[in-house]
Design a protein around this ligand. Sequence first.
Ligand code: FAD
Length: 577
Amino acid sequence: MAIHQFDAIVVGAGGAGLMAALYASRGAKVAVLSKLYPSRSHTGAAQGGIGAALGNLEEDHWQWHAYDTVKGSDYLGDQDAIEIMCREAIDVVLELEHMGLPFDRTPDGRIAQRPFGGHSRDFGKAPVRRSCYAADRTGHMILQTLYQQCMKHNVTFFNEFQMLDLIIEDGVCKGVVAYDIDTGELHTFHSKGTLLATGGWGKCWSVTSNAFTLTGDAPAIALRRGIPLEDMEFFQFHPTGIYKMGFLITEGVRGEGGILLNKDGERFMERYAPTMKDLASRDVVSRAIHLEIHEGRGIDGKDYVYLDARHLGKEVIEKKLPDIAEISRVYLGVDPVTEPIPIQPTAHYAMGGIPTDVDGRVILDAQNTPLYGLYAAGEVACVSVHGANRLGTNSLVDLVVFGKRSGQHMARFVREIDFQELPLEAETATRTELTRILANDTTQETPAKIRNELQRTMSRGVGIFREDAGMKETIAKVKELKERYQKVGTDDKGRRFNTDLLEAIELGNLLDIAEVTATCALNRTESRGGHARGDYENRDDDNWLKHTMYRQTPSGEAEIFYKPVVITTHQPKERKY
Ligand SMILES: Cc1cc2nc3c(=O)[nH]c(=O)nc-3n(C[C@H](O)[C@H](O)[C@H](O)COP(=O)(O)OP(=O)(O)OC[C@H]3O[C@@H](n4cnc5c(N)ncnc54)[C@H](O)[C@@H]3O)c2cc1C
């Protein structure tokens, strides 16, 4: 049994984890654990850009960015956190530039910016150019830049190490238990500060833009350790996923002027959002596509519509959207220069997650009581800046701003305290679970079978539109799948690279997260942002202007309580686009 000791442990090597590790490393000995090689993290897939009110091409202010974020969140975002994010985004983007991030440039050499869904000038008057980008590979560039910086600052990496448990005792987090994928050995990581940055859980749904590995490991583990999860009913469906496959076509295509068409060749977004049109916020556009399809105006009566970029011309497409052109040609055999791209909404982004304060400390209740030594940042965390719906480009901002703040706070925190003694048998529960799964055979249940059923029931019952009966059916089905999960076995019984075993464990996490999502969705009897109910069509501020907190009691019962929304400047108004 290997035991490692570091002041700070960061779990996850996406944008959030690397930014936190980089800042923590300025005052502490830091290690990053990642189940993937760092540059394979999903941040590398981010295409569209990172929003910051630099005002390089036209007037812009962080207060306008904050207003758009609050409105986009359908007034559920905490405005104190949103103000911090939009204000600090400006300096952090410049900092990334100085670290060497190769942004596209304006003719006079400043960072280029383009319009993006939901981002406007002067409190909603017209679209504004706010998204800073490096072609359609912004996330890739962020990841490479931060990884280099972490190497330079002597951050230690444990690549292909999968966290399987958190060590929490007497209200203090003391580290994590992780599995070395190469050798099959368990390792204990003893720390003063631990940060969770494991990204999202789009794999709960059948059609998703998310990578195979986005299985909600950290929130599932946190839940089992008594930590509440916040606003889990809010999951974003991105309007433009490649038909049937879900791979993302960035909003940048519409930012550059691409438009959506139904089977009649009609630019239908003009009806749903007269001002912002195709650049209305994602929940609005996804619902519009869903309704067009539902009412028989999908292409050839099927469940997709067209994203048309032909009028942008070959040069713009090849230069500004090269990866999109390639994805479309390779996976669909469609050349966006000459043909419209078949698209449908795709499960994309978790607005909810592990609740934190603005310094990334994980909190336990409505009074913001922190759990000592535990932090979270990035998509896995809920600060909450995205509320009920996230604007495009605001995830990358969230990662770098709150990743940095968490890293800075951890560096201070670990200087002030000593290592707390580890419990004697920190890894026993994990070892027992691994042994249990390995002892099962595959004659009864396999991870793939249960995962497919889970994804189907979630897509049907807790997708873009939700209704009482469908959600209840999904909850019952997930409970049945959880029972069957106890019998899941693996063909591979070995130790080296037993991905069968890890997939089985990840499925256990997906099942827990799906149950929480469906339960919170059924509980919220209104429509807001990404949570659209056919049976409660309106937003209900009198009863529901509050965050859902879901906790599992020690006896395994579900408990829901609430946390007030922080409102500073913008009182809730009806959203018009
Ligand atoms: C296709 C696509 C395009 C996007 N485009 C944009 C965009 O243009 N602009 C924008 O703002 N947002 C965009 N987003 C959203 C944004 O990219 C993500 O929300 C963000 O990158 C998440 O970053 P993260 O650091 O939280 O986690 P990730 O980058 O997802 O990284 C998660 C890390 O956690 C590790 N990990 C997970 N589980 C474990 C475990 N059990 N043990 C150890 N390690 C673990 C993984 O190895 C990985 O290193 C896009 C998302 C997708 C899917």
